[in-house]
Design a protein around this ligand. Structure first.
Ligand SMILES: [Zn+2]
Ligand SMILES: [Zn+2]
Length: 287
Protein backbone atom coordinates (compact mmCIF):
# COMPACT_ATOMS: atom_id res chain seq x y z
CA UNK A 1 0.00 0.00 0.00
CA UNK A 2 1.42 3.35 -0.99
CA UNK A 3 0.77 6.37 1.07
CA UNK A 4 -0.14 9.56 -0.65
CA UNK A 5 2.38 12.29 0.11
CA UNK A 6 0.98 14.87 2.45
CA UNK A 7 1.58 18.41 1.28
CA UNK A 8 1.75 21.01 3.98
CA UNK A 9 -0.85 23.72 3.36
CA UNK A 10 0.55 26.73 1.54
CA UNK A 11 1.58 29.50 3.90
CA UNK A 12 -1.17 32.08 4.19
CA UNK A 13 -0.37 35.67 3.35
CA UNK A 14 0.33 37.86 6.35
CA UNK A 15 -2.83 39.96 5.98
CA UNK A 16 -4.97 36.80 6.03
CA UNK A 17 -3.22 35.47 9.14
CA UNK A 18 -3.56 38.83 10.88
CA UNK A 19 -7.24 39.17 9.93
CA UNK A 20 -7.98 35.74 11.41
CA UNK A 21 -6.13 36.65 14.60
CA UNK A 22 -8.07 39.89 14.81
CA UNK A 23 -11.34 37.96 14.54
CA UNK A 24 -10.31 35.62 17.35
CA UNK A 25 -9.30 38.57 19.52
CA UNK A 26 -12.32 40.73 18.77
CA UNK A 27 -15.33 38.56 17.91
CA UNK A 28 -17.51 41.67 17.57
CA UNK A 29 -15.56 42.46 14.38
CA UNK A 30 -16.18 38.97 12.92
CA UNK A 31 -18.57 40.02 10.14
CA UNK A 32 -16.35 42.89 9.02
CA UNK A 33 -13.31 40.58 9.06
CA UNK A 34 -15.09 37.91 7.02
CA UNK A 35 -16.09 40.42 4.35
CA UNK A 36 -12.54 41.76 4.24
CA UNK A 37 -11.12 38.23 3.92
CA UNK A 38 -13.39 37.56 0.95
CA UNK A 39 -12.36 40.85 -0.72
CA UNK A 40 -8.64 40.31 -0.01
CA UNK A 41 -8.79 36.80 -1.45
CA UNK A 42 -10.52 38.04 -4.60
CA UNK A 43 -8.10 40.94 -5.07
CA UNK A 44 -5.04 38.74 -4.59
CA UNK A 45 -6.36 36.30 -7.18
CA UNK A 46 -7.05 39.07 -9.70
CA UNK A 47 -3.75 40.84 -9.04
CA UNK A 48 -1.73 37.69 -9.67
CA UNK A 49 -3.03 37.81 -13.24
CA UNK A 50 -2.27 41.49 -13.86
CA UNK A 51 1.12 42.13 -15.45
CA UNK A 52 3.34 44.99 -14.32
CA UNK A 53 2.55 47.54 -17.05
CA UNK A 54 5.20 49.40 -18.98
CA UNK A 55 3.91 52.96 -18.83
CA UNK A 56 5.15 55.08 -21.70
CA UNK A 57 5.15 58.63 -20.47
CA UNK A 58 7.25 61.61 -21.38
CA UNK A 59 9.36 62.67 -18.35
CA UNK A 60 8.42 66.31 -18.97
CA UNK A 61 4.73 65.46 -18.97
CA UNK A 62 5.16 63.51 -15.73
CA UNK A 63 6.93 66.47 -14.18
CA UNK A 64 4.25 68.90 -15.31
CA UNK A 65 1.50 66.65 -13.94
CA UNK A 66 3.25 66.56 -10.57
CA UNK A 67 3.71 70.31 -10.55
CA UNK A 68 0.03 70.85 -11.23
CA UNK A 69 -1.08 68.24 -8.73
CA UNK A 70 -2.59 66.00 -11.40
CA UNK A 71 -2.36 62.21 -11.27
CA UNK A 72 0.18 60.26 -13.27
CA UNK A 73 -1.84 57.25 -14.38
CA UNK A 74 -3.95 57.80 -17.46
CA UNK A 75 -6.87 55.53 -18.16
CA UNK A 76 -5.09 53.97 -21.15
CA UNK A 77 -2.14 53.06 -18.89
CA UNK A 78 -4.24 50.75 -16.71
CA UNK A 79 -3.67 47.15 -17.85
CA UNK A 80 -7.39 46.37 -17.82
CA UNK A 81 -8.07 42.95 -19.25
CA UNK A 82 -11.80 43.42 -19.67
CA UNK A 83 -13.03 39.89 -19.07
CA UNK A 84 -10.96 39.72 -15.85
CA UNK A 85 -12.15 43.16 -14.81
CA UNK A 86 -15.82 42.41 -15.51
CA UNK A 87 -15.50 39.24 -13.45
CA UNK A 88 -13.89 41.26 -10.62
CA UNK A 89 -16.84 43.69 -10.72
CA UNK A 90 -19.40 40.86 -10.48
CA UNK A 91 -17.54 38.99 -7.72
CA UNK A 92 -17.06 42.19 -5.71
CA UNK A 93 -20.78 42.96 -5.98
CA UNK A 94 -21.56 39.37 -4.86
CA UNK A 95 -19.38 39.76 -1.76
CA UNK A 96 -20.91 43.12 -0.82
CA UNK A 97 -24.41 41.65 -1.26
CA UNK A 98 -23.55 38.62 0.88
CA UNK A 99 -22.46 40.89 3.73
CA UNK A 100 -25.42 43.24 3.31
CA UNK A 101 -23.27 46.12 2.12
CA UNK A 102 -25.13 46.31 -1.18
CA UNK A 103 -28.83 46.40 -1.84
CA UNK A 104 -30.36 43.57 -3.90
CA UNK A 105 -31.66 45.86 -6.67
CA UNK A 106 -28.28 47.59 -7.05
CA UNK A 107 -26.54 44.23 -7.10
CA UNK A 108 -28.73 42.97 -9.96
CA UNK A 109 -28.05 46.13 -11.99
CA UNK A 110 -24.29 46.05 -11.38
CA UNK A 111 -23.97 42.35 -12.21
CA UNK A 112 -25.94 42.88 -15.43
CA UNK A 113 -23.62 45.73 -16.36
CA UNK A 114 -20.62 43.51 -15.62
CA UNK A 115 -21.99 40.77 -17.83
CA UNK A 116 -22.77 42.76 -20.95
CA UNK A 117 -19.99 42.87 -23.52
CA UNK A 118 -19.07 46.51 -23.92
CA UNK A 119 -21.44 48.33 -21.60
CA UNK A 120 -19.00 48.70 -18.72
CA UNK A 121 -16.09 50.14 -20.65
CA UNK A 122 -17.36 53.70 -21.31
CA UNK A 123 -18.81 53.88 -17.78
CA UNK A 124 -15.46 53.03 -16.18
CA UNK A 125 -13.56 55.36 -18.48
CA UNK A 126 -15.74 58.33 -17.54
CA UNK A 127 -15.72 57.39 -13.85
CA UNK A 128 -11.91 57.30 -13.83
CA UNK A 129 -11.49 60.56 -15.77
CA UNK A 130 -13.80 62.47 -13.43
CA UNK A 131 -12.79 60.84 -10.13
CA UNK A 132 -9.04 61.10 -10.77
CA UNK A 133 -9.16 64.77 -11.72
CA UNK A 134 -7.15 63.88 -14.83
CA UNK A 135 -9.35 66.05 -16.97
CA UNK A 136 -9.01 69.46 -15.36
CA UNK A 137 -12.27 70.64 -16.87
CA UNK A 138 -14.26 67.49 -16.21
CA UNK A 139 -17.41 68.73 -14.53
CA UNK A 140 -19.34 65.72 -15.76
CA UNK A 141 -20.99 63.30 -13.36
CA UNK A 142 -18.85 60.38 -12.22
CA UNK A 143 -21.52 57.86 -13.18
CA UNK A 144 -24.06 58.06 -15.97
CA UNK A 145 -27.71 58.69 -14.98
CA UNK A 146 -29.59 55.53 -14.11
CA UNK A 147 -26.61 53.65 -12.67
CA UNK A 148 -26.73 53.00 -8.92
CA UNK A 149 -24.50 55.21 -6.75
CA UNK A 150 -23.13 52.09 -5.05
CA UNK A 151 -21.34 51.25 -8.32
CA UNK A 152 -18.71 53.74 -7.11
CA UNK A 153 -17.77 51.50 -4.18
CA UNK A 154 -17.74 48.37 -6.37
CA UNK A 155 -15.48 50.00 -8.97
CA UNK A 156 -13.03 51.28 -6.34
CA UNK A 157 -12.57 47.72 -5.06
CA UNK A 158 -12.58 45.99 -8.45
CA UNK A 159 -10.06 48.30 -10.13
CA UNK A 160 -7.63 48.21 -7.16
CA UNK A 161 -5.43 45.29 -8.34
CA UNK A 162 -5.05 46.89 -11.78
CA UNK A 163 -4.30 50.41 -10.51
CA UNK A 164 -1.99 49.09 -7.83
CA UNK A 165 0.23 47.58 -10.54
CA UNK A 166 0.43 51.00 -12.25
CA UNK A 167 1.52 52.68 -9.02
CA UNK A 168 4.10 49.93 -8.51
CA UNK A 169 5.48 50.42 -12.02
CA UNK A 170 5.68 54.21 -11.78
CA UNK A 171 7.03 54.44 -8.24
CA UNK A 172 10.06 52.42 -9.34
CA UNK A 173 11.19 55.18 -11.65
CA UNK A 174 9.80 58.41 -10.20
CA UNK A 175 10.85 60.70 -7.41
CA UNK A 176 7.70 61.87 -5.65
CA UNK A 177 9.37 64.01 -3.01
CA UNK A 178 7.98 67.16 -4.61
CA UNK A 179 4.37 65.93 -4.32
CA UNK A 180 2.77 67.86 -1.45
CA UNK A 181 -0.90 67.28 -2.22
CA UNK A 182 -3.48 65.49 -0.12
CA UNK A 183 -4.69 63.33 -3.02
CA UNK A 184 -2.98 60.34 -4.61
CA UNK A 185 -0.18 61.16 -7.08
CA UNK A 186 -1.03 58.07 -9.14
CA UNK A 187 -4.81 57.93 -9.39
CA UNK A 188 -6.01 61.18 -7.80
CA UNK A 189 -8.23 59.50 -5.18
CA UNK A 190 -8.35 60.49 -1.51
CA UNK A 191 -6.29 58.85 1.23
CA UNK A 192 -8.32 56.62 3.53
CA UNK A 193 -5.54 55.61 5.92
CA UNK A 194 -2.04 56.68 6.92
CA UNK A 195 1.09 55.30 8.49
CA UNK A 196 3.58 56.97 10.81
CA UNK A 197 7.03 55.67 9.91
CA UNK A 198 9.73 54.82 12.47
CA UNK A 199 11.31 58.17 11.47
CA UNK A 200 8.04 59.87 12.59
CA UNK A 201 7.02 60.86 9.05
CA UNK A 202 3.41 60.52 8.06
CA UNK A 203 2.62 58.75 4.80
CA UNK A 204 -0.89 58.78 3.36
CA UNK A 205 -2.37 55.66 1.77
CA UNK A 206 -4.68 55.92 -1.24
CA UNK A 207 -8.17 54.53 -0.75
CA UNK A 208 -8.24 53.27 -4.34
CA UNK A 209 -4.77 52.08 -5.44
CA UNK A 210 -3.18 51.71 -1.96
CA UNK A 211 -0.09 53.71 -3.00
CA UNK A 212 1.69 55.71 -0.28
CA UNK A 213 3.13 59.22 -0.31
CA UNK A 214 4.68 61.49 2.30
CA UNK A 215 2.51 64.29 3.70
CA UNK A 216 2.93 66.84 6.49
CA UNK A 217 1.96 65.23 9.79
CA UNK A 218 -0.35 67.97 11.03
CA UNK A 219 -1.97 69.20 7.83
CA UNK A 220 -5.45 68.07 6.82
CA UNK A 221 -5.21 66.24 3.47
CA UNK A 222 -8.85 67.04 2.69
CA UNK A 223 -8.89 70.84 3.08
CA UNK A 224 -5.17 71.70 3.53
CA UNK A 225 -5.81 73.30 6.94
CA UNK A 226 -2.37 73.43 8.63
CA UNK A 227 -3.26 75.33 11.80
CA UNK A 228 -2.15 72.95 14.55
CA UNK A 229 -4.72 74.44 16.92
CA UNK A 230 -7.41 73.17 14.57
CA UNK A 231 -6.14 69.59 14.24
CA UNK A 232 -7.28 67.21 16.97
CA UNK A 233 -5.19 64.08 17.33
CA UNK A 234 -5.81 61.17 19.66
CA UNK A 235 -4.38 57.66 20.00
CA UNK A 236 -5.67 54.28 21.10
CA UNK A 237 -4.66 53.16 24.58
CA UNK A 238 -2.02 50.76 23.24
CA UNK A 239 -0.58 53.55 21.08
CA UNK A 240 -0.85 51.48 17.91
CA UNK A 241 -3.37 53.69 16.12
CA UNK A 242 -3.99 57.40 15.92
CA UNK A 243 -6.75 59.65 14.57
CA UNK A 244 -6.12 63.05 13.01
CA UNK A 245 -9.30 65.09 12.89
CA UNK A 246 -9.71 68.48 11.25
CA UNK A 247 -11.73 71.14 13.05
CA UNK A 248 -12.18 73.11 9.82
CA UNK A 249 -13.72 70.54 7.45
CA UNK A 250 -14.65 68.05 10.24
CA UNK A 251 -13.14 65.08 8.42
CA UNK A 252 -10.67 62.65 9.96
CA UNK A 253 -8.01 60.15 8.96
CA UNK A 254 -6.80 57.11 10.88
CA UNK A 255 -3.16 56.07 11.05
CA UNK A 256 -1.07 53.08 12.05
CA UNK A 257 1.79 54.13 14.28
CA UNK A 258 4.80 52.19 13.00
CA UNK A 259 7.15 53.51 15.66
CA UNK A 260 8.27 50.50 17.66
CA UNK A 261 5.70 48.28 15.92
CA UNK A 262 6.30 44.59 15.26
CA UNK A 263 5.02 44.68 11.68
CA UNK A 264 4.50 47.15 8.81
CA UNK A 265 1.11 48.71 8.13
CA UNK A 266 -1.39 46.30 6.53
CA UNK A 267 -4.20 48.51 5.34
CA UNK A 268 -6.69 45.68 4.84
CA UNK A 269 -6.17 44.61 8.46
CA UNK A 270 -5.71 47.99 10.11
CA UNK A 271 -8.80 49.49 8.48
CA UNK A 272 -10.91 46.78 10.16
CA UNK A 273 -9.02 46.79 13.48
CA UNK A 274 -9.77 50.52 13.77
CA UNK A 275 -13.52 50.34 13.18
CA UNK A 276 -14.08 51.19 16.88
CA UNK A 277 -12.02 54.36 16.29
CA UNK A 278 -14.44 55.42 13.57
CA UNK A 279 -17.21 55.27 16.13
CA UNK A 280 -15.12 57.36 18.55
CA UNK A 281 -14.35 59.97 15.88
CA UNK A 282 -18.00 60.19 14.81
CA UNK A 283 -19.07 60.55 18.41
CA UNK A 284 -16.88 63.65 18.55
CA UNK A 285 -18.71 65.02 15.52
CA UNK A 286 -16.22 64.18 12.75
CA UNK A 287 -17.17 62.50 9.48
ZN1 LIG B 1 -4.30 56.07 -5.82
ZN1 LIG C 1 -9.82 69.63 6.84
Amino acid sequence: MTERPVHPPRAEPREVVELKQLKARQPDLATAVDMQLALVELQRRVQSRVPLPWIQADPQWLEAQQREGRPLVRFADIPLEWSDFRLAVRRTADILLRFESLDGGDHAQIVALGREGNALEPVVEQWYAVSSGLEPSADAERLPPGTPGSLDQVLVLAIRPFLHRCAEALSQRLDLSAWTHGHCPFCGWEPDFAVITPAAERRLICGRCVAQWAFAALTCPFCANDDRQLITSFATRDGRYRVYACDVCRRYLKAYDGRGASRPVLTSVDAIATLPLDAAAMQRGYQ
